[in-house]
Design a protein around this ligand. Structure first.
Ligand code: FE2
Length: 200
């Protein structure tokens, strides 16, 4: 969605009011994230970031430049030197099914840019006492389509599945490569530490 900004088109005795469309750009999004998370780094602030990410993904120029025309790979679009949050573009070519995993002591927001991502949120059926094993059950399943963003709070377990060429933008509370995270083997129940770049 574009912001509608009233402008005065003609000066004079009978000014005419018109509108111009202002796209929501990456720089503005980053500035808004800084401001929002400085005021409130908790769930309410993160929810505001989520809605602003949806707004950014409705800017077709942003999606074209950073998601459709970008080379394959994981691109850090921004890392905040003070607050630590990151904005990442995941430029995928191949379809993927991830195992259930968490993001450790960080939150993450997934915003769909192209195609779709099927999300499953999981709950533990065990008491969490055994650090090596877990029993999970699916709690929620839904699809993120372009312009949708979903939020996953600290420790939330989820898994993703997407087709070829699905691309998304993530905002994470910190650089996930620097914190411990785990993934879960649904067949064996094993809990395994994740390595850097396995963050999705
Ligand atoms: Fe994830």
């Amino acid at each position: 969605m574009r912001d509608i900004v009233p402008v005065r088109l003609l000066e004079g005795a009978f000014p005419i009011l018109g509108v111009i469309a202002m796209a929501y750009e990456l720089d503005q999004f980053i500035s808004d994230c800084r401001s929002i998370l400085s005021d409130d780094p908790g769930p309410a602030g993160r929810e505001k970031v989520r809605t602003q990410l949806e707004r950014l993904l409705r800017n077709p120029d942003f999606v074209r430049e950073h998601c459709e025309q970008a080379p394959r790979g994981l691109h850090v679009l921004y890392e905040d030197p003070e607050l630590g949050f990151q904005v990442l573009a995941h430029i995928n070519d191949k379809a993927r099914v991830s195992p259930p995993h968490d993001h450790g002591d960080s939150w993450a927001i997934y915003g769909q840019a192209t195609h779709y991502t099927d999300m499953t949120e999981w709950e533990r059926e065990d008491d969490g006492a055994d650090p090596e094993h877990a029993k999970l059950k699916p709690a929620k399943k839904y699809r993120l389509t372009p312009g949708d963003a979903g939020i996953y709070q600290n420790g939330k377990i989820h898994s993703i599945e997407y087709p070829d060429h699905a691309r998304f933008v993530r905002v994470t509370g910190t650089n996930l490569d620097r914190i411990p995270r785990v993934r879960f083997d649904l067949n064996t129940g094993e809990v395994k530490r994740m390595t850097p770049q396995q963050a999705t």
